[in-house]
Write a new protein. Structure first.
Length: 399
């Protein structure tokens, strides 16, 4: 029995169970049910899902103790790749469980996890795949099963082609068991901006599939944003100015300063897709080692604003650079982690090691994922191979 057949059989079993319970609703079948990060996941969640045809009066029912409160859903359908996606979005207040309801039909109940103190997050690097997303699914499911995560991040290039609807469906279906209960933190990569004919365009599917928090800037709404969990303030930045226009650079720098200066959280953590270093490339002697435009533009900002950790992606290789300041190694600086890959697109033998690389994944490169554990005084990053073998660990401390 393949995975999709299993899901259909399981759905039918749940339907029979719900229908057979006196006073319960009939089973409502939805696809790709997912929680998306909000500004504060301790007080709210964003719930999104798809259906095969429009619903009449959809709500999200949230259970808190003996009370059940309804939150209306808004239709957020969109058309891309010549396909209409019937989709709904609802902002809910925190509770213990939730389900989707439409008239006399409803889904099963799903847990709303409460993380009020120390927490762990899972970080996935580029998950783009060629020829199906089974590799991404295997890496992700293994990570979810081994870790009780408050949320998970994908650091951009979720798919290989941002307009290809079959890739988005495959990406979402691979983790459909987990997304109803583990909030997702999306980061946009350059591949989200590509059309079917590999030209640059607006990231239509990405921006519609994931209703991330609004940043209040009209022209760049939701392309970068921030949120808080426990003792940490997180910032998601957009590095796609080569694809979508350089106007975002100054707007993002101004917003970043205001955002980080306004927080009183102990830890400041940034995710941005493209990397801060520039690597030499085998067979291209003209390419020099140094810093990318992302590094030149934003590393001074990160340092002046007291950012503790920056996670990047894009190069499909895991590299721990340690702490850097003023473009050199400095134990008082910011920790920079290049996260690797969680898909099957590999760049074997392409990059020549950088002088600032401190830890490199075992070669030849394979997939990996990371965990981030955050407490009031300690922050720990660990990197794992798909089988759960740990290959790196670094801890920061504050008194």
């Amino acid at each position: 029995m393949n995975r999709r057949t299993f899901i259909k059989v399981a759905a039918a079993s749940v339907a029979a169970l719900l229908t057979g319970c006196g006073g319960e609703k009939n089973f409502l079948n939805v696809k790709f049910l997912r929680q998306i990060i909000t500004k504060n996941i301790l007080t709210s969640r964003c719930i999104m899902w798809e259906v095969d045809k429009p619903l009449k009066n959809p709500v999200v029912e949230v259970k808190a103790g003996d009370a059940i409160k309804n939150f209306p859903a808004q239709e957020s359908s969109f058309t891309d790749d010549g396909k209409k996606i019937f989709q709904y979005t609802a902002q809910i207040e925190f509770g213990e469980e939730y389900r989707i309801a439409d008239g006399e039909a409803a889904t099963a109940w799903h847990t709303i996890k409460n993380f009020s103190g120390d927490f762990k997050a899972i970080i996935f690097p580029d998950s783009q795949c060629g020829g199906g997303y089974d590799t991404w699914g295997a890496v992700a499911r293994g990570a979810f099963e081994r870790n009780n995560a408050a949320f998970f991040v994908n650091v951009g290039d979720l798919v290989d082609n941002g307009e290809d609807s079959t890739q988005w469906e495959d990406w979402l279906s691979q983790i459909e068991k987990f997304t109803p209960e583990i909030p997702f933190v999306p980061v946009m990569g350059n591949h989200e901006t590509y059309s079917r004919d590999w030209k640059v365009r607006e990231p239509v599917a990405y921006l519609n599939y994931f209703a991330s928090p609004d940043n209040g800037i009209k022209n760049f709404s939701r392309r970068f944003y921030s949120f808080e969990v426990g003792a940490a303030h997180f910032v998601i930045l957009d590095s796609q100015w080569d694809e979508l226009g350089k106007e975002i650079i100054d707007a993002q720098k101004i917003w970043l300063r205001q955002d980080l200066q306004a927080t009183d959280k102990i830890w400041k953590i940034v995710f941005i897709h493209k990397d801060v270093l520039q690597y030499r490339i085998n067979g291209r002697p003209e390419r020099r080692e140094g810093f990318s435009d992302v590094g030149e533009i934003f590393m001074p900002e990160f340092e002046s604003l007291g950012v503790d950790v920056v996670f990047t992606a894009h190069l499909h290789t895991y590299r721990n650079r340690g702490r850097l300041k003023n473009f050199r190694r400095d134990e008082n600086g910011t920790l920079y982690i290049l996260t690797g890959l969680s898909g099957n697109v590999r760049y074997g033998g392409l990059w020549i090691d950088h002088a600032l690389d401190k830890v490199i994944a075992p070669q030849p490169e394979t997939d990996n994922y990371l965990t981030l554990e955050v407490g009031a005084k300690n922050l720990t990053v660990k990197c794992f191979l798909p089988n759960g073998e740990q290959i790196d660990e670094v801890t920061l401390q504050k008194t």
